[in-house]
Design a protein around this ligand. Structure first.
Ligand code: PHE
Length: 481
């Protein structure tokens, strides 16, 4: 299909690869296993799955439909219904900005680990053997952090500047199948390590003990799973509106809205099957939190012996692809709005220029994230808690997850506030203002009959808003109490 000025997908498969690519990211391979590790394994998995079915699929469908119906990215799409609703789209753009700022720093760190194992394989460096010490070094190696952050950002800019079909779709069509194959290889390889079985048991053996843990409890698990769910599905900030806007009316929207969450969840569970048993086999703790992807997995590959460096390289390469196909969708959210604006004014959109300007601004916004040593203290840039004069670890004085480093602050603001707000307003608007039939009609454009109208109506009107209010409340509580 010929691309128009805005751009369009070449095929439904290409769209699916790009959309699944957006969904599958650090959220799946890093966030999902570590949050599951902290929140009781099986219990977290069950709640997560329920949330995908009752909340995630509806938001996915709503966003894709808004995008395809209007043929515009987030701001323009809401603007089509009413000028007064445009700010919901802007919320999404701000979200994309904030997420990208920390996401690309993490992407850079992933590249650094990938490079480390590659140099090891080539016999140019001894990455294996540095253990967790490497992570400590990396955090204070400001030059290295900036270099890899910048490099990751540039890769993103080049792909997005290439256009919807020739940049994003082309990269995703190669990257996503490769990711899947590598992930399967790692899962199978890990399965043969002695002791791996404990990792599967942790995930699959019915165990709800965490609900009676006073520090986490049912509500704690629910909040963690809900935040994770729509971060992982790229919902609540306009990415799926934007990607939906490039989709042809011929395609089956309802089926696509099921395939994307299904694939995303499958890959998150597979990532769990790679990480949890690997940690179990090599005696590495999986409840340790965010360090799981870097410190713990690095240790796992070290202990793996001869093959370790090779499997380690493959693993970080896979994470790298996952991260890029997600971050380009975030950058596209920003770029697409400007492209739409230019077209609305009758001008020729300069996609390349727009992309590079956004990339540069986001790099600047991300600097504190790259330079505060993730809150380890005494770094080039002070972490939020240091600026607030709070002692590290002093919970009574207000030390919290959101202020322990810039990354967590950006994350709390986007995942905890902006995204649930975005999803809340979207479902409210669809449920009560535009009416669910707007979505159903859009889905029936290609002639197929929409199924489950009652279910989705209930989701838009009640289930999603209530779930989002709940996530917001959890975050606000975290900020102030
Ligand atoms: N879904 C991506 C992940 O799991 C992150 C993301 C969020 C991408 C929002 C785009 C939009 O890592």
């Amino acid at each position: 299909m010929q691309e128009n000025k805005r751009g369009s997908w070449g095929s439904n498969f290409g769209f699916l690869m790009a959309a699944i690519g957006s969904a599958v990211g650090l959220g799946n391979i890093w966030g999902f296993p570590y949050k599951m590790g902290k929140n009781g394994g099986f219990a977290f998995l069950i709640i997560y799955l329920l949330l995908v079915v009752f909340v995630g699929i509806a938001i996915m469908l709503g966003e894709l439909a808004l995008g395809r119906k209007t043929g515009l990215a987030a701001v323009g799409a809401y603007g089509e219904f009413s000028k007064k609703h445009k700010w919901v789209g802007y919320l999404g753009v701000i979200s994309a900005f904030v997420i990208l700022a920390f996401y690309c720093v993490l992407g850079g760190m992933v590249m650094r680990y990938m490079m480390g194992f590659l140099l090891q394989i080539l016999g140019l460096d001894s990455f294996v053997g540095q253990g967790s010490g490497f992570f400590g070094f990396l955090l204070y190696d400001h030059g290295g952090m900036l270099f890899f952050f910048g490099l990751f950002m540039i890769i993103n800019m080049l792909i997005v500047a290439g256009g919807v079909q020739k940049g994003i779709e082309r990269f995703s069509m190669v990257g996503m199948p490769a990711l899947f194959v590598i992930l399967l290889f790692v899962v199978v390889f890990v399965a043969f390590q002695p002791g791996a079985i404990e990792g599967y048991k942790f995930m699959l053996k019915p165990n709800l003990d965490v609900f009676s843990n006073p520090e986490i409890g049912f509500l704690g698990v629910l909040k963690a799973a809900a935040g994770q769910m729509f971060f992982s599905l790229s919902l609540g900030m306009g990415a799926m509106i934007t990607y939906g806007s490039y989709l042809s009316k011929k395609e089956n929207l309802q089926r696509n809205a099921l395939i994307i969450p299904f694939a995303d969840t499958l890959i998150a569970v597979l990532a769990g099957f790679a990480v949890m048993p690997a940690c179990a086999a090599f005696g590495v703790d999986y409840g340790g939190g965010p360090g799981l992807l870097f410190v713990s997995m690095h240790t796992v590959f070290e202990k793996m012996g001869n093959f370790g460096a090779f499997v380690g390289f493959l693993f970080y390469f896979l994470v790298f692809i996952a991260a890029v196909t997600s971050s380009i969708s975030l950058l596209e959210v920003c770029t697409a709005n400007r492209v739409d604006k230019a077209i609305a004014k009758g001008k020729e959109p300069n996609r390349k220029k727009i992309t590079f300007i956004y990339g540069a601004i986001i790099f600047i916004v991300g600097l504190p994230v790259a330079l505060d040593a993730l809150g380890s203290g005494g770094s080039a840039i002070k972490a939020p808690y240091e600026i607030l004069g709070i002692t590290a670890g002093d919970v009574a004085a207000g030390f919290r997850v959101w202020n322990d480093c810039w990354l967590d602050l950006y994350d709390a603001f986007s995942e905890g506030v902006l995204m649930p707000l975005g999803a809340l307003f979207m479902s409210f608007l669809i449920g009560w203002k535009y009416k669910p039939s707007t979505v159903f009609d859009e889905c029936e454009q290609n002639g197929n009959k929409f199924r489950g109208k009652l279910f989705f109506t209930l989701c838009f009107k009640f289930v999603v808003p209530v779930a989002m209010l709940f996530v917001l409340w959890g975050q606000v509580k975290d900020f102030f109490f």
